[in-house]
Design a protein. Structure first.
Length: 404
């Protein structure tokens, strides 16, 4: 009799759900018709993950496991489950209306994740770990910028209430000049002056150290991003920080996003209808990943200021009566389409290694090239070094050098 029950258990299909935390994961199992079977809590250790998977498979053939937080607290469980051949789907946390209706606890959330996997409401594959290094560098670089900004703000606040002599000497200096002067000073005078100057010197040195740290992290991030996706990094207006953010948003397996429209919606760049009465228009989306949306916004601003085709497009749309917000929304949607292509396909980058030797062989300066094409010398230098991509300018530049 027991063997028949065990056989029936192994023949049935079940779905798992996981509510993950820092120290524990709560695992729930449901049948293929949604019935609750069992739930239990396990430690976030290698042995705990193995026990959790054994708990799931003991109730039947596991079709899919819904995990909440596959890129955070549930990363360890997700990694172990996928290494053992289980299908893992990413589950978003329940919305507030559902939580008000059903309550919240670890078992409730685990069963909700299992039902999401069963119903197909959760169908996205988790992000793989190929961008984990990029994510770590990106977070470290951004934290350095935040700390540097905080230190600069502190310098400004200290100078506001500093003695008149200190405020008169350093209050008028700006940016780097002020930081350099404060970092070199030797505190002298009465106790108040010494205390204030010591604080300013410490903050200025902190700014310099954080600036150097950010530059080092940015170089490492640029190398990682360029190696991972050279086509994305070479797109016009896409710097290391922007490319890293888009890779983090998409994950190392962007095929999990089926269409470019889904990527645009993920980035909050999909147009949202905002029509009413006689008004027929669309507005900016306020959903999606706002950091990815900010990355697209930065690309749009760079192109609006320095890309000839984008400037012509903005002029046409302005003449058609569209506002700047509407134009930026349209640009972000078009940029999202281009970024999706760079993320999901191999984009061939034209070689530029021959440009600098060819220019130097003909004794032509960067300034002369820049004046000929009506751009800044930095633009030509970045193209020669492969740091920026402009296929039309590169093609025209090479032909001009060959004919010179």
């Amino acid at each position: 009799m027991a063997s028949e029950v065990a056989a029936d258990t192994m023949d049935r299909d079940v779905f798992g759900g996981v509510d993950s935390h820092a120290d524990t994961v709560h695992v729930a199992v449901i049948s293929d018709n949604g019935g609750h079977l069992a739930d239990a809590e396990f430690a976030t250790t290698t042995a705990g993950y193995a026990a959790a998977l054994a708990f799931l498979t003991a109730h039947g053939g596991v079709v899919a496991i819904g995990v909440e937080g596959t890129s955070s607290y549930g990363a360890g469980f997700t990694r172990t489950a996928r290494s053992r051949g289980h299908q893992v789907v990413e589950v978003n946390r329940p919305d507030r209306a559902e939580r008000r209706r059903t309550g919240k606890s670890d078992p409730i959330d685990a069963y909700a994740a299992a039902r999401a996997a069963l119903s197909g409401r959760a169908s996205s594959s988790p992000k793989d770990e190929t961008v984990a290094g990029i994510r770590a560098l990106h977070n470290a670089a951004r934290s350095a910028v935040k700390a540097r900004t905080a230190a600069l703000n502190q310098i400004g606040n200290v100078l506001i209430t500093a003695p008149d002599a200190i405020r008169a000497k350093y209050g008028q200096l700006k940016s780097t000049d002020r930081t350099e002067a404060l970092a070199r000073l030797r505190p002298t005078g009465d106790a108040l002056h010494v205390a204030v100057l010591t604080a300013l010197k410490s903050l200025a040195r902190r700014v310099k150290e954080l600036t150097a740290e950010h530059e080092t992290l940015t170089r490492a991030l640029d190398a990682e991003v360029t190696t991972h996706n050279p086509g994305l990094r070479a797109a016009y207006g896409v710097g290391p920080d922007t490319a890293a953010q888009l890779l983090i948003t998409a994950g190392g397996n962007p095929e999990r996003m089926r269409t470019e429209a889904s990527f645009a919606a993920l980035c909050g760049a999909a147009p949202v209808p905002a029509s009413s009465g006689r008004t027929n228009r669309h507005r900016l989306s306020r959903g999606g990943d706002r950091t990815a949306n900010a990355a697209l916004y930065r690309v749009a601003l760079v192109r609006m200021s320095s890309d000839a085709r984008t400037r012509a497009y903005v002029a046409r749309q302005t003449a058609a009566g569209r506002t700047k917000k509407e134009i930026i929304r349209m640009l972000k949607r078009a940029i999202a389409r281009e970024m999706f292509r760079c993320l999901t396909t191999t984009v061939t980058i034209p070689g530029t290694a021959d440009l600098r030797p060819l220019r130097q062989a003909k004794n032509i300066t960067l300034t002369a090239v820049a004046q000929h094409f009506g751009v800044w010398p930095t633009t030509i230098s970045r193209i020669e070094r492969g740091l920026s991509r402009d296929d039309d300018l590169t093609y025209a530049y090479r032909n001009w050098l060959q004919a010179a």
